[in-house]
Design a protein around this ligand. Structure first.
Ligand code: ADP
Ligand code: MG
Ligand code: MG
Ligand code: MG
Ligand code: MG
Ligand code: MG
Length: 720
């Protein structure tokens, strides 16, 4: 979550007259940024992750793991600790991390103390930075509390006690049958968001996840843990009146979605055009990484037939009315809106020649007034549509103290809409009064059990983004196919069982040969050899490929980009660029292994392009080999030789002695699972189907490093 504005939130009914005011000034604020910063050039690569944790409290005597609701005390303590660390800081000490509040009162978020830079060797410090943050958090919790990177807590919302302390499941804001008011961050913004989503929608939110049909799961499954006849709130009878579907795990509150944890990556672009290019290229990568990082197969005490959190959050914040959802004719509302505020990206943004208009084949309701204003101001069609699409939504929380703002210095109204459109990618304009440039945030990944994995996926995404820019890669395909992949990605064991649409020819025509030559001369194989086995093989010098786009990369001295800015210029094919063929021939269904590790002689795989990119850099052998210890996880999760976290959890649950093959996750199973997470994270429990056997050697090598320390070039000792 961004900065929390303080103040008094307006009641929903009182806020309605201000909705247009917020939108109008939000656009003014955006245009002020645009006018000042649209030509801003030369920002270097800076990037950072966000890791979310659940604070789990263990009762080892009774074998119970519960969510600790001490967020406020913990954050206050961490703030104090961070201040002290700052005061005692030695010159080469790592930057002191930042901790942030999140929706759930059992959640924490951490970010690096300062963003990472384009120093390639700094990638080898990412895990150490993440571990340092976890260590600080861990040290300042109660002795029986542990910050765990769990995407969804399996027993959130079960009958009885799942939080510490216990609260009755009574919440005016959500009217949930399952979650207490106290599950939500007490800052006024969060209960207000919760209540206003429900009020705007006209009913409680409805989440139905298919239950995993195990051998003893009743068929049909009618959930005995739903208090069907409760009568405390008007919303209480919705479940029995059809909201709760048979054979599904029914959930009814924002907390089930926003109470999930994830892993997000933000990077700065050298200018707005580069941000738009990277944004587009990562749109099709979103569902792929969701499937590959799948880590949440369990909800409200049951095993689900899906592996990911995405649709849970999507439905948990779906504030659309019945008219907007197309269930009634439009009368009070302006638009039919096909998607929730939390959903996949709806349109590509870039002015690149490769961005054919046909790829934007999703329905895209826009706020016509906003669109016209942006166009009249001189903005291009694509960016205007992007913003005008975000601005079909209503502001969900308005603070009475914040209604009148100085639009030249504030972006609060713009952010009100921007930050409550939770999509797979976020295009982040520079904040007012800050040195920060245009950024892109990659938001689809689920958080992993260990920081080794979290670092691996972060490193992979940032390198992939550099490969995209350096080679001018083209990942475009119809955005409706990306949405088809979003559905597929959440299926059980999608990374091994399903196929996804992906573009077949990703290299620019005129460079494919050159890039393939680099791939073939590469010393570290993307398909095979484990890091370490090459320890004594001398590195062959890599063929230099000058970056096609002089954009933001690792260790390339920054140069001004030559990419054209106007639509007219960039829509013109350069001489020699062939005409486009039929769109349907540009993409095909591929397995996860093919998408990551390559297919045939025509598709290099996302890891293949990362490898080719690394080979264009002047990287010493040891750095490259150590990077491959991380990238190897990505490779192996994709080729199936390692399980996704979700598959591993499902197997753990189903092979637990307390499991009755009825889809139920008991207190005992939940406790053992959370214990196992902690042991895996600390490295005392080995799970060779989840993590490479030798992953601890990367930690041993890199774990003690402080950012900016030169890496000692000693061979890695393989773990016994
Ligand atoms: P939000 O919650 O709004 O998505 P956060 O502030 O929690 O954003 O996290 C933003 C991430 O971006 C952090 O990892 C931070 O290190 C990183 N970051 C900070 N400044 C920059 C910058 N100028 N460019 C790119 N990333 C940045
Ligand atoms: Mg967050
Ligand atoms: Mg954040
Ligand atoms: Mg956030
Ligand atoms: Mg209560
Ligand atoms: Mg974020």
């Amino acid at each position: 979550m961004g900065l929390l504005s303080l103040g008094t939130p307006l009641a929903w009914a009182d806020s309605i007259p201000y909705h247009d005011h917020v939108r109008e000034h939000g656009i003014t604020q955006f245009l002020n940024i645009w006018d000042r910063l649209k030509n801003r050039e030369g920002d270097e690569l800076l990037w950072g992750d966000e890791i979310e944790y659940m604070v789990v409290q263990f009762d080892d005597e009774h074998h119970v793991a519960r969510l600790s609701l001490r967020q406020s005390e913990i954050l206050a303590k961490l703030e104090h600790v961070v201040d002290e660390l700052e005061n005692e800081k030695e010159p080469d000490a790592p930057p002191i991390p930042t901790f942030h509040p999140e929706y759930g009162r059992f959640m924490l978020e951490s970010t690096p103390g300062r963003p990472y830079t384009g120093q390639l060797k700094e990638l080898l410090t990412v895990e150490a930075d993440m571990r340092y943050r976890r260590k600080i958090a861990r040290r300042h919790l109660n002795p029986n509390e542990i910050p765990l990177t769990v995407t969804s807590f399996p027993r959130l919302g079960t009958p009885g006690q799942f939080t510490e302390p216990y609260f009755e499941p009574r919440s005016e804001a959500s009217q949930s049958l399952f979650l207490p008011h106290e599950i939500t961050n007490p800052h006024a913004r969060f209960p207000t968001l919760t209540a206003n989503i429900r009020r705007r929608r006209g009913h409680k939110v409805v989440i139905n996840l298919p239950i995993f049909p195990d051998t003893n799961t009743p068929k049909p499954f009618i959930d005995p843990t739903i208090p069907w006849d409760r009568d405390w709130f008007p919303g209480d009878d919705e479940a029995k009146n059809g909201a709760a579907l048979p054979d599904h795990i029914y959930m009814d509150a924002m907390g089930f979605g926003m109470g999930c944890c994830c892993l997000q990556i933000t990077f700065q672009a050298c200018n707005v055009e580069e941000a738009r290019t990277v944004y587009d290229a990562l749109v099709p990568v979103g569902p792929i990484m969701l499937a590959l990082t799948a880590a949440s197969p369990a909800y409200r005490g049951y095993l689900a037939d899906v592996d990911c959190r995405w649709n849970v959050i999507r439905d948990a914040v779906d504030d659309r009315t019945e008219e907007e959802r197309g269930l009634k004719p439009l009368k009070h509302n302006k638009y039919r809106i096909p998607k929730s505020r939390y959903d996949s990206v709806d349109s590509y943004l870039s002015m690149d020649f490769n961005n054919r208009p046909e790829y934007n084949d999703n329905p895209l309701p826009i706020n016509e007034g906003v669109y016209k204003r942006l166009r009249d101001h001189g903005l291009d069609d694509l960016l205007s549509k992007h913003i005008a699409h975000l601005f079909i939504r209503d502001p969900l929380v308005i603070f009475s103290e914040m209604i009148d703002q100085d639009d030249t210095t504030s972006t609060d109204h713009f952010e009100n809409l921007q930050s409550t459109n939770w999509q797979t990618l976020r295009f982040k304009p520079p904040p007012a009064n800050s040195p920060i440039g245009w950024r892109v945030e990659f938001r689809s990944m689920e958080v992993q059990v260990t920081d080794f994995e979290n670092a691996a996926f972060s490193i992979f995404i940032v390198l992939l983004s550099r490969a995209i820019l350096s080679f001018g890669l083209n990942f475009y395909m119809p955005i409706s196919k990306v949405d088809a992949n979003m559905k597929t990605a959440q299926k059980r064991d999608a990374a091994r069982q399903e196929k996804f649409y992906f573009r077949k020819f990703v290299y620019p025509q005129d460079r494919a040969f050159e890039i393939r030559a680099v791939l073939e001369s590469c010393p570290v194989s993307a398909n095979g050899s484990k890091a370490g086995s090459h320890a004594h093989t001398p590195a062959t010098p890599s063929s230099p490929i000058s970056p096609k786009v002089n954009g933001n990369g690792f260790d390339h001295p920054h140069t001004e980009r030559s990419r054209p800015h106007s639509a007219e210029q960039s829509r013109c094919p350069s001489p020699g660029v062939p005409e486009f063929g039929p769109i349907e021939e540009e993409y095909e269904l591929m397995t996860m292994d093919e998408i990551i590790n390559g297919k045939g002689d025509y598709f290099p795989g996302l890891l293949g392009v990362v490898r080719a990119y690394l080979d264009t850099l002047d990287v010493d052998f040891f750095t490259k080999r150590n990077l491959w210890m991380y990238l190897d996880v990505v490779k192996r999760r994709a080729n199936g030789s390692l399980m996704t976290c979700a598959s591993w959890m499902r197997r753990f649950i189903r092979s637990h002695p307390d499991y009755k093959f009825d889809s139920v996750i008991s207190e005992e199973i939940n406790y053992d699972l959370m214990k196992a997470f902690d042991e895996i994270e600390r490295g005392v429990r080995r799970e060779p189907d989840l993590l490479p056997a030798d992953y601890r050697s990367a930690q041993a090598l890199n774990g003690h490093l402080k950012p900016n320390t030169v890496i000692a070039e000693t061979p890695v000792q393989a773990c016994p």
